[in-house]
Design a protein around this ligand. Structure first.
Ligand code: ADP
Ligand code: MG
Length: 330
């Protein structure tokens, strides 16, 4: 059985006439021991979904099952769930080790057990040396690792992570992704991460679930979803920037790095070749983004091409190839 199951779960906020549907008719099965992410833009219902799984928000309709049993009405403290938020939510007056031990004491575990488990959890995130400090003496990244240790220490049946890395600077965020993944693998915990960052979701997920306006748009392994977005929304969100309508194909999506500028004499791969005019070139270091207007497609069909070689000049006539292998039919 999946650790967490949502059966046609909806949640509206506000009174019936002007109610906002935060989550609509969501079906979800969260696989055991895997890393699942809920991915989508701000306001799409990620946090509401997570808070319903934790029990802080009640569904307006539908059922939530934990370990196969209906837990829709189970209060949060009876759900055995670990949570980490964007804000670290540590107790400032307590030492690091006491922060980690807090949930264990609250569960009435024996003192020796509390000490052992809190120490183990702190070790897991590499912060044993800071056990006696107060949170204020730690960096943001360290505080977030303490919050993670605290959530893991109770050995939750599911670990819920609501944008835990979004307060960290870019470098640290990337380091902490690897850290999160390692902790999940080492503990074998079932994790659900909420994020609006597609790179984070692609790197961390075994299973990713893309939400749009409270509805499930697409789900699957990153390797399956990324090359095969099922809708314009998903393609757009995953960084497909070109959406032409091709004669004989209909609407398609293709990534800039897959659009090729053909030099004369080059053998053409299978795909659609278009005559085009360069309208703009942007230097990006490792490549240039060449913006072209595809003449054959009628006015204003702009395509972006990430081009590693020498860039053409604006006004130049070029041929661009949209390789069949990378065309996604929408
Ligand atoms: P996300 O986490 O994806 O940004 P949320 O789940 O926080 O999205 O919010 C989804 C929608 O529900 C938004 O339109 C938000 O304004 C609304 N919403 C969330 N929580 C509440 C609440 N407590 N009261 C009223 N509206 C809410
Ligand atoms: Mg949120």
């Amino acid at each position: 059985t999946p650790v967490v199951q949502l059966e046609s779960v909806s949640r509206a906020f506000g009174r019936s006439r002007d109610a906002v549907a935060a989550v609509s008719d969501l079906d979800l099965a969260v696989p055991r021991g895997k890393f699942t992410t809920l991915l989508g833009p701000s306001g799409c219902g990620k946090t509401t979904t997570l808070r319903m799984i934790a029990g802080f928000v009640q569904p307006t309709s539908g059922r939530i099952l934990l370990e196969g049993a209906d837990a829709t009405k189970t209060p949060p403290e009876k759900r055995n769930i670990g949570m980490v938020f964007q804000s670290y939510a540590l107790f400032p007056h307590m030492t690091i080790i006491d922060n980690v031990a807090f949930g264990l004491r609250a569960r009435g575990l024996a003192k020796t057990e509390v000490t052992a488990r809190a120490g183990e959890a702190l070790e897991l995130v590499g912060l044993s040396a800071l056990a006696g400090r107060k949170p204020g003496a730690l960096s943001g990244g360290q505080q977030q690792r303490v919050a993670l240790a605290r959530a893991v220490a109770i050995r939750p049946s599911v670990l819920l992570l609501d944008e835990p890395l979004s307060n960290l600077d870019a470098r640290l965020r990337v380091q902490m992704r690897a850290e999160l993944r390692r902790v999940q693998r080492e503990t074998g915990l079932t994790a659900i991460l909420v994020t609006h960052d597609q790179d984070e979701a692609l790197e961390l997920s075994d299973h990713m679930v893309i939400l749009n306006k409270g509805r499930l748009e697409q789900e699957g392994a990153p390797r399956d979803v990324f090359p095969r977005p099922a809708s314009r929304f998903v393609a757009d969100f995953l960084g497909y920037e070109n959406f032409p309508v091709l004669p004989g194909h209909g609407p398609v999506a293709i990534r800039p790095e897959h659009v090729r500028l053909l030099s004369s004499g080059e053998p053409e791969d299978a795909g659609v070749t278009l005559e085009a005019t360069v309208t703009n070139v942007t230097y990006q270091g490792s490549h240039c983004v060449v913006e072209v207007n595809a003449n054959g497609l009628g006015d204003g069909t702009r395509l972006l091409c990430a081009h590693p070689g020498e860039a053409p000049r604006p006004g130049e006539a070029v041929r661009v190839l949209l390789p069949a292998a990378h065309l996604v039919t929408l």
